[in-house]
Design a protein. Structure first.
Length: 392
């Protein structure tokens, strides 16, 4: 009878976890829509309420490989619309006209101006990098004999921004939203707490933790639970990364996922010379490290708590405290700062370590791994370590 009740309790827990996951995916689905609706670009959005798609026809006509002819064509069209609007024969109307991409001359005039600006950014990007490298070389000359760190940093900058070029024009609204989207990480944190906050609590409540350690089974139980937690976090990160990318690409064009990250104008100074897909993998890896830290923190709380409700409450409170403290600490010492890819992908951030410039994200990752390892050791001594009995 006891075995039946135990199995029933386990099945109810599994079903409740599954239902919670489904509910949170639905909430995340809605949050993605709200993010695209309020923070996404207007003009070329697909399926987002209150977002006009008037710019899509022109975008579809000019997206793709950048050529001088294409740039001249859109400039000529912009001038043509300007002349038409300022001519005496032009009469504004509310009726759509098939002669224009957007249906209206004024709409085409505005959209062509935006298109010219975006294509010009991509077309002239190498010139921007040449100017940046020239400034870096000037800094090297200035700091020689004054600061070895500045010389090394500017040498690194000159190397990072060499050989960059944008070959195509496209819209990257989906990826701008993705890199700044944190709600899915919050969903995973909730799942981690709900799933693992009582991992060691039940054993402490019944006293079986002492029996496990006395039988020298503590280590195997410890490793098994950690393996399950790691697998859970990995699967969650993969699942929600795919859901976020696919969902945002349903609102905006995801065709150019294999273009360089710096093709996104807001990321023009990114220190990472990778494709957007590569940056997505980097963000997923950083998120994985941060969420393993969360899992380890939850395990430690579970290891020192005998009440299941208290363990869950303390887990939520602890994560909240870590987030709050992280607002006032350098990102280097805040593992959860890894969850927002935009904060470390967009601009170069260097840390002076013994006179050598190191990209801050590397220090953040090492710091997060160190803190996670410390928590894992604490958890081990609280749950698996068994003192050797003295023999007489």
């Amino acid at each position: 009878m006891k075995l039946f009740k135990f199995e029933l309790k386990k099945n109810i827990l599994r079903i409740s976890v599954l239902l919670l996951l489904v509910a949170l995916i639905i909430v995340n689905f809605y949050k993605q829509y709200e993010t695209a609706r309020f923070l996404g670009e207007s003009g070329i959005a697909k399926g987002v309420q209150y977002k006009s798609d008037s710019g899509r026809p022109m975008y579809e006509a000019f997206k793709g490989e950048i050529t001088t002819e294409k740039l001249e064509k859109i400039k000529s069209y912009h001038d043509k619309m300007g002349e038409l609007i300022h001519s005496g024969d032009f009469k504004p109307t509310n009726e759509s006209d098939d002669r224009f991409y957007s249906g209206f001359a004024m709409g085409d005039f505005n959209e062509s101006a935006k298109t010219i600006e975006r294509i010009t950014y991509a077309y002239t990007y190498p010139n921007l990098m040449i100017e940046l490298k020239e400034r870096a070389k000037e800094n090297i000359t200035f700091y020689e004999g004054r600061s070895d760190y500045e010389v090394r940093k500017n040498s690194l900058v000159a190397g990072l921004y060499t050989g960059r070029r944008i070959k195509v024009y496209g819209n990257y609204g989906a990826f701008k939203l993705f890199f700044d989207y944190e709600f899915s990480s919050l969903v995973i944190i909730v799942m981690i707490i709900y799933t693992f906050a009582t991992s060691f609590t039940n054993e402490k409540t019944t006293g079986t933790d002492r029996i496990i350690r006395s039988c020298h089974r503590g280590k195997s139980v410890y490793l098994t639970k950690h393996a399950v937690m790691l697998l859970f976090v990995f699967a969650s990160v993969v699942l929600f990364t795919l859901l976020d990318v696919v969902r945002f690409c349903s609102f905006y064009d995801g065709t150019f996922i294999n273009q360089p990250l710096y093709a996104i104008e807001e990321y023009k100074y990114t220190p990472f010379n990778v494709t957007i897909s590569g940056a997505i993998l980097l963000s997923a890896f950083a998120k994985l490290i941060a969420l393993i830290f969360v899992g380890e923190l939850v395990f430690v709380i579970s290891a020192v708590t005998k009440n299941a409700g208290l363990a869950i409450a303390l887990s939520f409170a602890s994560i909240g405290i870590v987030i709050f403290i992280g607002e006032y600490l350098p990102s280097t010492f805040s593992p959860l700062s890894l969850l927002n890819a935009e904060s470390w992908l967009k601009d170069p951030q260097f840390i002076n370590i013994l006179g050598y410039p190191v990209i801050s994200i590397l220090v953040q990752l090492i710091s997060a791994v160190a803190l996670t390892t410390a928590l894992a050791i604490i958890c081990y001594f609280k749950t698996a370590y068994a003192k050797k009995e003295k023999r007489i």
